[in-house]
Design a protein around this ligand. Structure first.
Ligand code: PGA
Length: 245
């Protein structure tokens, strides 16, 4: 059985007070949840305070990005050991906004994935096609390359740290969710690309305008193992509703 994960990607929102206040408000709303993993991914300046606030609870804290070197002269970057040292246990890698605005490629995604694994961080690797690619009928080709290159050179014992998020770019922040059938079709395709001996264990999350109103039907699909939630993860009430779909 794959344990579902509901992850909140806060992107570049909130200040420190709001971030800590969010955790304080979410804690009592989800304290009875044990059959799914709850994750928040705040901006990096708030990781330590949110992780401290959530310490000992069922709320995990993850980063939105990391750099592949452990340390060095890389101004502005944050490494996996640094994330570990502030209480992070997860990292999102290769979000489409990172690919679109910060030149991330499947090759840099792969380097980041190996850095996360080396330091025992759970890695959420994001893949997804643009609207143009979908309309041209290239969805499966694009996803296959993102998976093959992004998840290259993994050894069998690495896979327990790997989570995949399918996020069609056209559904992110647009209010236009993929239908459960569209999502399931790609999730099943992704699972088919994974090594046979691990495919049944890997969690594949759907992301793109997940809301309290649509989470249940998405989660009812056999290959959808959770959600990566942007906008609707910013308020404790709506995020708690999604967690408790
Ligand atoms: P959204 O973002 O839920 O606001 O569409 C999802 C994401 O980018 O991870």
């Amino acid at each position: 059985m794959r344990k579902p994960i509901i992850a909140g990607n806060w992107k570049m929102y909130k200040d420190l007070t709001e971030a800590v206040d969010f955790v304080q408000k979410l804690l009592p709303l989800v304290s009875d949840v044990s059959d799914r993993t709850i994750l928040i991914c705040p901006p990096s300046p708030f990781l330590k305070d949110t992780a401290d606030e959530a310490c000992g609870s069922n709320i995990m804290v993850g980063a939105q990005n990391l750099y592949w070197e452990d340390e060095g002269a890389f101004t502005g970057e944050i490494s996996a050991p640094m994330l570990k040292s502030v209480g992070c246990t997860y990292a999102i890698i290769g979000h489409s906004e990172r690919r679109q605005y910060f030149c991330e490629t499947d090759e840099t995604v792969n380097k980041k994935l190996h850095a996360a694994i080396k330091h025992n961080l759970n890695a959420i690797v994001c893949v997804g096609e643009t609207l143009e690619q979908r309309e041209k009928g290239e969805t499966f080709k694009v996803i296959e390359k993102q998976i093959k290159v992004g998840l290259d050179k993994l050894e069998i014992d690495h896979w327990s740290l790997v989570i995949i998020a399918y996020e069609p770019v056209w559904a992110i922040g647009t209010g236009r969710t993929a239908t459960p059938e569209q999502a399931q079709e790609v999730h099943a395709f992704i699972r088919g690309l994974l090594p046979k001996n691990v495919a049944g264990e890997i969690r594949i999350l759907y992301g793109g305008s997940v809301k309290p109103e649509n989470v249940k039907e998405l989660m009812a699909k056999p290959d959808i193992d959770g959600g990566l939630v942007g906008g609707a993860s910013l308020k404790p009430d709506s995020f708690a509703k999604i967690i408790k779909y």
